[in-house]
Design a protein around this ligand. Structure first.
Ligand SMILES: Cc1ncc(COP(=O)(O)O)c(C=O)c1O
Length: 466
């Protein structure tokens, strides 16, 4: 491996010093508090954040949809006031025909963009053949996808789910069962878990218990007990906390998306690997957001040279259809029996056939190399165009998962970009702009995105940081 590559993978920063060079001092904060509520990509449920301000009046159609939604749906999503009707490539179109450049990809889902012809063909073909049979029976697409995932990853076996949180839920159950199975004479095998600061693993009770933001967990407590949160990247803390007979598994995102685009170091993941081996604990990599090509590697773990016992996947795999997967080793799978876990919909023929089309495109080395190249170009563009702004503290990322950390809340910038026709997300404590575009995005589209963000930066002036 060249020194450039090793620098690239041992750090989330690109193999140049630009981000460090332009990392700015924290500036004085503005006293004025912006009126527009915050929108988070992270599906924030705050009642006060119901709707982002829009300077333009909504069209009749948009208004009707938004009002009806407000009346009939449970109010869990603080949505942006835009109603989408169609999409093609990296563009989305709202009900009024306005075009948007999509740097969100449905929160790191639509890696092939919208309406990829091969994906569309796969869906149509399979919908015309067989959509659902349940897991009472075998189906060819499920077995073919399983075989392909095994062939192209560390895993010996896979288990299908319908989402990222369900994949993590299954990983929790498999970890506990593994500990029971491996320690048959121990009345109290290890049942506890370790997770990290800024982690996001999902919203169901087990995955939620592993999610660091207290704000997400506290309204629903008690969640699954026995989770210890450690600081992401702190090696000594982790070495002390991972204990034989206590720790069933350690859950970690090699690159944290929701938490603010933070990357682990190679050293940190290596130490976790060793500590888990020493303690008989399982190492679980959550690659729900960072897996499947987003980093420029097929799987993020490849970039770190550390192999987990379990990896969870979801978002991009079926190109927008709901899917999740637990990938694991024979050693772990041996602990799981008939009836231990299951799902009516998971691994259905339709999603699996669609996922095969996605996986086969993304695993192409030329495709992965283009992600690395475009990710690097995007960071360079952002550093060049935003580096002089007083609110921009850092640009960081890996492949096409990129964060712009601000010294203020990002929502005014996100809202201004949307009005200018560019869709971007927030992350972290709301102070990071997250860019997770379709992986097929062109260099021209990246240039346009960086330029729109630059032109919208004045929206941050007059915004108080909190
Ligand atoms: C790293 C990670 N894990 C798990 C999840 C949960 O996935 P889902 O929303 O499909 O349940 C997410 C969602 O953002 C995620 O980013």
């Amino acid at each position: 491996m060249s020194s450039i590559q090793s620098l690239h993978i041992s750090h989330i920063s690109p193999p140049i010093d630009l981000p460090r060079l332009f990392k700015l001092e924290k500036r004085e904060r503005f006293a004025f508090r912006a009126q527009s509520p915050k929108i988070s990509s992270c599906l924030v449920s705050d009642a006060q954040h119901k709707e982002a301000a829009s300077s333009k009046p909504l069209s009749k159609v948009s208004k009707e949809v938004i009002e009806t939604e407000r009346n009939v749906l449970v109010g869990t999503y603080a949505r942006a006031p835009v109603v989408f009707k169609s999409g093609k490539g990296c563009k989305l179109y709202d009900v009024d025909g306005k075009e948007y450049l999509d740097m969100t990809a449905g929160i790191a889902v639509n890696s092939l963009g919208h309406g990829d012809p091969d994906w569309v063909n796969a869906v149509v073909e399979q919908a015309n053949t067989l959509t659902h049979v349940s897991n009472v029976y075998y189906s060819i697409p499920q077995v073919t996808l399983g075989k392909r995932l095994v062939e192209f990853s560390f895993a010996d076996r896979v288990f299908f789910t319908n989402s990222g949180t369900e994949a993590n839920e299954a990983a929790i159950k498999f970890s506990r069962k593994f500990q029971r199975f491996s320690n048959p004479n121990n009345k109290h095998p290890a049942t506890e878990f370790i997770a990290f600061s800024n982690s996001f693993h999902g919203r169901t009770m087990g995955a939620l218990a592993l999610t660091s933001k207290e704000h997400y967990r506290s309204p629903f407590e008690p969640v699954m007990p026995g989770v210890t949160f450690l600081e992401y990247g702190k090696i000594e803390e982790a070495q002390k906390a991972i204990q034989p007979g206590k720790t069933a598994a350690v859950f970690v995102e090699p690159i944290q998306g929701e938490g603010g685009i933070y990357g682990a170091t190679k050293e940190f993941l290596k130490i976790l690997r060793t500590a888990c081996d020493d303690a008989g604990a399982l190492l679980v990599f959550d690659e729900v957001q960072c897996g499947l090509g987003r980093t420029g590697y097929l799987w993020a773990y490849e970039a770190f040279g550390v192999t987990p016992d379990i990896m969870t996947l979801a978002k991009p795999l079926a190109g927008g259809l709901p899917i999740g997967v637990v990938l694991t080793t024979e050693r772990v799978a041996a602990a799981i029996n008939y009836g231990d876990h299951g799902s009516t919909f998971a691994g259905g023929p339709l999603v699996c056939h669609a996922a095969l089309a996605v996986l086969d495109k993304i695993r192409n080395p030329a495709f992965l190399a283009s992600v690395t190249r475009k990710g690097q170009y995007l960071k360079e563009l952002l550093i060049k165009k935003l580096g002089g702004n007083q609110h921009v503290k850092e640009v960081r990322g890996f492949g096409l998962i990129v964060g712009i950390e601000l010294d203020v809340q990002a929502s005014p910038l996100v809202n201004a970009c949307r009005e200018a026709g560019l869709l971007v997300l927030t992350a972290g404590k709301g102070n990071v702009v997250r860019l997770v575009p379709p992986l097929i995005i062109s260099e021209e589209e990246l240039e346009l995105s960086a330029e729109v963000i630059r032109s919208c930066l004045p929206a941050l002036d007059g915004n108080a940081s909190d």
